[in-house]
Design a protein around this ligand. Structure first.
Ligand code: I3S
Length: 128
C-alpha cells in the first residue's frame, strides 16, 4: 500500500530554495530582510525552513525540524510584484491575516513554476 493509504497525509506539491522577505505582519508594514529559505508546499500550507546550506544537512527536512514559519493558503492572494523590489522575478503572497511575503528567484523558470503551483492550490481552496 502507498505511504498515504489512509488519505490523511497531505501531498508534497513542491519544495525548493527561494529568496524570501516578509514585508507585512497583520497589515503592518515591516522592514525588508531578504534571506534564502527552503520553501515547502504541502497540502494547504506553504512552510519556510532555514536554508539547508546554513545548517547541518538533515535538520531542514520536514519531520526533523519545525518550519520557521508556515502560511495557510486558504483565501490568500498572489500577484507578481516586480515594482516592490529592485530584484527580478518577485511575487507577493498575502494571507487572509494580512501577512505579506515577497518570494524571488534569479531563475525565471523556477519562479514561474512556484507562482503557478501556489496559484493552483489557492484556486482549489477557493472552490471548496
Ligand atoms: O524596498 P526597499 O526598502 O528599498 O528595500 C531594500 C532595503 O530594505 C534594503 O535594506 P536596508 O534598507 O535595511 O538597507 C535591502 O537590503 C534591500 O534588499 C531592499 O531592496 P530590494 O530591492 O532588494 O527588495
Amino acid at each position: 500500500s502507498s505511504p498515504d493509504s489512509d488519505g490523511m497525509t497531505p501531498e508534497l506539491e513542491k519544495a525548493g530554495l527561494l529568496n524570501k522577505t516578509k514585508i507585512a505582519e497583520g497589515g503592518r508594514k515591516l522592514r525588508k530582510n531578504w534571506n534564502p529559505s527552503w520553501v515547502v508546499l504541502v497540502g494547504n500550507s506553504l512552510m519556510f525552513f532555514k536554508d539547508p546550506k546554513t545548517q547541518n544537512s538533515d535538520s531542514w527536512k520536514p519531520g526533523n525540524s519545525c518550519p520557521e514559519s508556515s502560511v495557510d493558503l486558504r483565501g490568500a492572494q498572489l500577484q507578481w510584484a516586480n515594482e516592490l523590489s529592485s530584484k527580478k522575478n518577485v511575487f507577493k503572497l498575502r494571507t487572509v491575516t494580512g501577512n505579506e511575503f515577497l518570494l524571488q528567484s534569479d531563475t525565471d523558470s523556477v519562479i514561474r513554476e512556484w507562482y503557478s503551483t501556489i496559484l493552483k492550490v489557492i484556486d482549489r481552496l477557493d472552490k471548496e
